[in-house]
Design a binder for this molecule. Structure first.
Ligand SMILES: Nc1ncnc2c1ncn2[C@@H]1O[C@H](COP(=O)(O)OP(=O)(O)OP(=O)(O)O)[C@@H](O)[C@H]1O
Ligand SMILES: [Mg+2]
Length: 383
């Protein structure tokens, strides 16, 4: 779990700066500090107190340190003069950063306090980006996520980063009440309890943070998306991202991704775009994190596998055969095709996930397609 930080300040900019260090930080009032100081009060890992413009160290901080010596105390001060230093030491303060406060100063101070709390192993995040519209990226992301969730129940979260018009929920037969937009609008409130309320558990056991049905209201910058994705990888064994290829902010926020998969087919336009996207992603995240998957493969296509690899400059990690009927039926049913394991395409997803995470999804019996059911799914359910 990432460190949990309470920040006593009314300065939103300071809040943003602390979150940029990658921790979960909620801003609280001075009264909240008095509550935290009570014996028996649940403790965060660190309390940061913004002293700028304050007369001195609040007595509640000293009380908190007496009652909860293990809680880290960090001060933000205009400058650290000898009188303040003495007062801070008496109060049991562990760290102090002074103006001008930088993200790296803050990060180092927090790290000194919570270094041992960082999880030895963060969850893996797998991001999927289509090189061209309709290439089959969501199909790959949804089936990968479903296979991971089937193999290790409760292990996997799928995040649809197509904030306003993503369709992962349709593929999964889910009708989420809350969305990735709610999460991004409330990154400062992210904790396990709040987050659990936002995600929906789909029929296969996969958790989904879906796209929103309402128009995008927020201006979601990279810091917000990164904070959300860091949180996700801190609480899930696997996080699978469906990333919109034309959203430069989302594409620039994938720092927590263990692997980034560019999804391509054997069409000239796709391969050329993939080469451009690969160059940008390689520069941003490094070659080792960048991978290529080829979907809707066609043995008779003029553009062969080697041509794709040579043009894009990345080896193909996996191929998925073409089966339009099966892919379409699965989407119409809202039941990922990897669940019905006897088809070549389903087997390809199972094999992919085995290579990716060393896990094997159990194969289920195919469900008969009930075409009549599709009409009920055409319009979203009224909330
Ligand atoms: N392996 C496949 N074989 C045949 N058809 C496929 C395959 N994978 C996906 N499709 C079909 O291709 C269409 C587009 O798939 P999908 O929505 O996954 O693509 P996408 O890249 O996510 O599209 P968008 O750009 O709209 O996000 C769907 O009709 C889907 O059923
Ligand atoms: Mg898609």
């Amino acid at each position: 779990m990432p460190a949990v930080i309470k920040l006593v300040t009314s300065d939103a900019q300071l809040g943003q700066l602390v979150r940029e260090t990658g921790v979960h930080c909620s801003m609280v009032s001075a009264e909240a500090l008095s509550i935290l100081a009570q014996p028996g009060a649940a403790q965060p890992d660190v309390v940061i107190v913004d002293l700028r413009g304050q007369a001195g160290i609040p007595p509640a901080l000293a009380l908190m340190k007496r009652n909860h010596p293990a809680t880290g105390a960090l001060l933000v001060a205009t400058k650290l003069d000898p009188a303040l230093m003495l007062e801070a030491m008496r109060a049991g303060v562990n760290e102090c950063v002074t103006e001008p406060v930088s993200v790296s100063d803050m990060q180092m101070a927090i790290k000194r306090l919570v270094g041992n709390l960082a999880p030895a192993v963060q969850g893996d995040t797998f991001a999927f980006v289509g090189a061209k519209g309709g290439v089959g990226a969501t199909t790959v992301a949804v089936n990968t996520a479903t296979a991971l969730a089937r193999a290790e129940p409760g292990s996997t979260l799928m995040v649809d980063l197509n904030v306003a018009c993503g369709d992962a929920a349709v593929f999964l037969g889910a009708e989420p009440r809350f969305s990735v937009m709610d999460a991004l609008e409330n990154v400062q409130r992210l904790d396990r309890a709040f987050f659990t309320g936002l995600v929906v558990r789909t029929k296969s056991g996969l958790d989904l943070l879906g796209a929103s049905g309402r128009p995008v209201t927020g201006n979601f910058d990279t810091a917000r998306i990164r904070t959300l994705l860091d949180f996700c990888s801190g609480v899930n064994r696997f996080t699978v991202l469906d990333v919109p290829r034309s959203d430069t902010v989302a594409l620039d926020s994938l720092d927590s991704a263990t692997k980034i998969f560019l999804v391509v087919n054997q069409e000239l336009a796709t391969v050329r775009t993939a080469a451009r996207m690969a160059a940008t992603l390689r520069q941003r995240y490094g070659q080792s994190r960048l991978h290529l998957v080829l979907t809707r493969t066609d043995r008779r296509a003029e553009i062969g596998h080697e041509d794709v690899e040579r043009t894009v400059g990345v080896e193909i990690a996996h191929t998925f055969p073409s089966d339009y009927r099966l892919a379409l039926q699965a989407m119409n049913k809202g039941r990922p095709l990897v669940l019905d394991g006897q088809h070549e395409l389903s087997k390809a997803f199972t094999a992919f996930v085995r290579d990716l995470a060393g896990v094997r999804a159990p194969v289920l019996k195919a469900e008969k397609v009930r075409v009549a059911g599709i009409f009920g799914r055409l319009a979203p359910r009224k909330a």
